[in-house]
Design a protein around this ligand. Structure first.
Ligand SMILES: NC(=O)C1=CN([C@@H]2O[C@H](COP(=O)(O)OP(=O)(O)OC[C@H]3O[C@@H](n4cnc5c(N)ncnc54)[C@H](O)[C@@H]3O)[C@@H](O)[C@H]2O)C=CC1
Ligand SMILES: O=C(O)[C@H]1O[C@H](OP(=O)(O)OP(=O)(O)OC[C@H]2O[C@@H](n3ccc(=O)[nH]c3=O)[C@H](O)[C@@H]2O)[C@H](O)[C@@H](O)[C@@H]1O
Length: 430
């Protein structure tokens, strides 16, 4: 059993705090957001993440998990301190490291004895050195420490499942013994462990997200070509995916990738490349295609229904993907904004993300029931692949609409089935 502090308890940190406690460790979750700390201390997850409430509650009750805003209560008694704060995009595309800097400073001021500090946030290459230097400037003379990079690969919506079943544990350290001690924390998970230097570990994270984003933009470009030649991209992807060298995953064409990571990490990698004198043309293309997908989708809607001014348009799905309330860089939110710019009246429904969406797009209308959202509308846009939408009663939807037009931004439905119900239908690349 180890004593662990997790700094930053949201999509990544809250899951890790509860998971490490579940593995038998004594865990402190530290966040500067008092509301989050209060909720988590009551066993309520501040985010929608399946299974997280139960995991937190179970470990609070077992006395292995505590949440606090106070570094002093947690860091001095911890052998391991994980940094899980956000690293969003700044205006230039560079990762904004303010939260990491401030966390590193607070950690430096509060470490005692020997502490292993683990960078789990996605940080630019070289950030291990930055964290080391910040801590060195403020720590007490008798405190010693090592900094290990341990990038994270979990996905929102399946974070609990992913944390207990990781594809790999990547550890980057100049101090091999520190990396091995971190590896022990994960030993119960039986995942492959790769120990390397810090910069290589940091790069593994960016390169992994970049290739997944590239696959999505690749299939979206193929989808654009499919549309011109009446081929079906969904079947094309299926046929490609049967080749084990290609594989079937991350080949779903749609309105593009969003979320707090792919866009920001591709931008940050591209920024780093340019800073170093490289010319990251592929990464630029990945981002451009991704933006094009949203514009093309709205253009397709205009082609199908004409001028959007004062037209009620139903929106199903606002989160950037299914099973999350996260709307950061959500392509669905972009589409809603484009509709508003064109004078349309978006009537929105999402199973989890409406509160978040209301804050950023207050001009749209929101409905607690998906069928109410479609009543009297001129088109239904399906923008997030929630299961609830796959299983919806589209016959009822057609009856409620002013005209049955369905634009399937995630290729959820069989076009022939939908057309049989009387819809005019368009997917992406089919
Ligand atoms: N969200 C995801 O699915 C994944 C995220 N990552 C990376 O992990 C990091 C964290 O991601 P998220 O949890 O999504 O970020 P987030 O922005 O949702 O949460 C960060 C948390 O840190 C807290 N915080 C900020 N400054 C702090 C400080 N100085 N001291 C203590 N707490 C502080 C915030 O209040 C917030 O609760 C990012 O670098 C992200 O790129 C990596 C893999 C998956
Ligand atoms: O660094 C991160 O934060 C994480 O980013 C992604 O995870 P996440 O953003 O939670 O979700 P994904 O399932 O990867 O989906 C990202 C976006 O791509 C879209 N997508 C995904 C797959 C696909 O085939 N097509 C497609 O358009 C999704 O709808 C979503 O908008 C990675 O999958 C994780 O491994 C990584 O840890």
């Amino acid at each position: 059993m180890a004593v662990i502090t997790i700094i930053g308890t949201n999509y990544v940190g809250a899951v890790y705090a509860a998971a490490f406690a579940d593995l038998g460790n004594q865990v402190y979750g530290v966040d500067i957001d008092e509301r989050k700390v209060q909720l988590l201390s009551e066993g309520i997850s501040p985010i929608y993440e399946p299974g997280l409430d139960e995991l937190v509650t179970r470990n609070l009750k077992a006395g292995r998990l505590r949440f606090t805003t106070c570094y002093d209560e947690a860091v001095p008694v911890s052998e391991f301190v994980f940094i899980c704060v956000g690293t969003p995009s700044s205006f230039s595309g560079e990762a904004d490291m303010r939260a990491v800097r401030s966390a590193a400073e607070m950690i430096g001021k509060t470490i005692r004895g020997h502490t292993i500090i683990i960078n789990k946030s996605t940080m630019p290459i070289g950030s291990g050195d930055l964290v080391t230097s910040i801590i060195n400037q403020v720590k007490s003379p008798d405190a010693t420490f090592a900094v290990v990079s341990n990038p994270e690969f979990l996905r929102e919506g399946s974070a609990v499942q992913d944390v207990f079943n990781p594809s790999r544990i990547v550890l980057g350290a100049e101090d091999r013994e520190a990396a091995e001690r971190v590896a022990e924390l994960y030993s119960a998970l039986n995942a492959p462990v790769l120990i390397t230097d810090r910069r290589t570990a940091e790069m593994i994270k960016y390169a992994s997200n970049a290739i997944l984003a590239t696959r999505i933009s690749f299939i979206n470009e193929i989808a654009q070509i499919c549309e011109q030649y009446q081929a079906d991209v969904k079947v094309v992807a299926q046929g490609m995916g049967l080749d084990p060298r290609i594989g079937p995953l991350f080949l779903d064409a749609g309105i593009g990738f969003g979320g707090s990571c792919f866009p920001k990490d591709v931008k940050a990698l591209s920024y780093m490349a340019q800073e170093a004198g490289c010319h990251p043309q592929l990464l630029h293309a990945v981002l451009e295609i991704n933006q094009d997908q949203r514009r093309r989708f709205v253009h397709k809607l205009q082609t199908m229904v004409g001028d959007l001014h004062q037209r009620p348009i139903a929106i199903w799905g606002l989160s950037f993907k299914q099973d999350t309330d996260d709307i950061r860089e959500s392509p669905a939110i972009d589409v809603v904004r484009m509709l508003i710019q064109r004078g349309a009246i978006p009537r929105c429904y999402d199973p989890a993300a409406m509160d978040n969406a209301r804050e950023v797009v207050p001009e749209a209308e929101y409905f607690d029931d998906p069928y109410e959202a479609v009543r009297g509308t001129d088109a239904l846009l399906v923008l997030t692949p929630w299961n609830e939408f796959k299983q919806a009663d589209l016959g009822r939807v057609a009856d409620l609409m002013r005209q049955p037009v369905l634009l399937d931004g995630r290729n959820l439905y069989d076009p022939a089935d939908v057309r049989r119900l009387g819809f005019r239908y368009a997917g992406v690349g089919r």
